[in-house]
Design a protein around this ligand. Structure first.
Ligand code: URA
Length: 241
């Protein structure tokens, strides 16, 4: 890979900046100054430093975003801001996309990455990565409805859902429930509550796999997810496709 492409990909410098840094003698490759930013390097084996600071190569980036309402899970959109528009400069990189979609009005944990394999594992129903949501409902939920949720209910169009989990966190005027799904059909949580005669008033994803949404992230804020946390997402499915 060309040195300037490497630096662009790691968000260290633009191609033009890389050229200038190299000309000024501020880039080293395996300890020796390189004046030409177009040289080829092996990112996994060579060590590059800019202004004396080592550049730690990361092949892929994994980001946790606390999505606010009004933002779409897409890479581009003519009318609305996308989850990529919310990323601060140091987290921007070519090839990023949201792994899975939350509706425009749904809030909470969105994983953004440039690793297609990881996204596939996280989203494939075969891998059973649980997604946990909290929903404020229009009405309370009965034991019989909970039972139907847990045994795999059938949506109004005949689609059968995998068994899910449901627990009531708050009763009363604005009942709050927590549900865990092992698949991600279109508008699934909303349609599941509709199927039992209820309505979701607001919805937030609070966990993917065993990784909870970081409570320090305010709506619209994002941070990088570390390797250990990626394993928490995939859990025992890390090796499966
Ligand atoms: N289920 C829904 O209905 N909407 C979402 O955004 C996510 C899951």
């Amino acid at each position: 890979m060309r040195l300037d492409r490497f630096l662009t990909g790691q968000n260290i410098a633009t191609r033009k900046e890389a050229k200038e840094l190299a000309k000024a003698g501020l880039i080293t490759l395996n300890g020796a100054v390189v004046k030409d930013s177009s040289v080829n390097i092996d990112p996994a084996a060579d060590s590059v430093a800019v202004r004396g600071i080592p550049v730690h190569y990361r092949e892929h980036l994994y980001i946790m975003l606390n999505k606010p309402g009004g933002v779409v899970c897409a890479t581009e959109d003519k009318r609305h801001r996308t989850v990529l528009d919310l990323l601060p400069e140091p987290l921007q990189r070519r090839g990023l996309f949201p792994a899975g979609r939350l509706d425009i009005d749904t809030e909470g944990f969105v994983l953004i990455t440039d690793d297609g394999d990881f996204a596939h594992k996280m989203l494939s129903p075969k891998c059973h990565v649980p997604k946990t949501y909290q929903a404020v409902l229009e009405h309370g939920i009965s034991g019989e409805e909970t039972e139907r949720f847990c045994s795999g209910l059938i949506l109004s169009d005949g689609t059968r859902c995998l068994p899910a989990q449901l627990s009531v966190l708050r009763e009363g005027d604005a009942p709050l429930v927590e549900t865990v799904l092992y698949e991600g059909k279109f508008h699934q949580v909303k349609r599941m509550f509709e199927a039992v005669g209820n309505r979701v008033v607001s919805l937030k994803r609070i966990k993917i796999g065993m990784l909870p949404l970081d409570p320090k992230l305010r709506p619209g804020e994002a941070r990088e997810i570390m390797h250990k946390e990626c394993l928490q997402i995939l859990g025992s499915n890390s090796g499966k496709k």
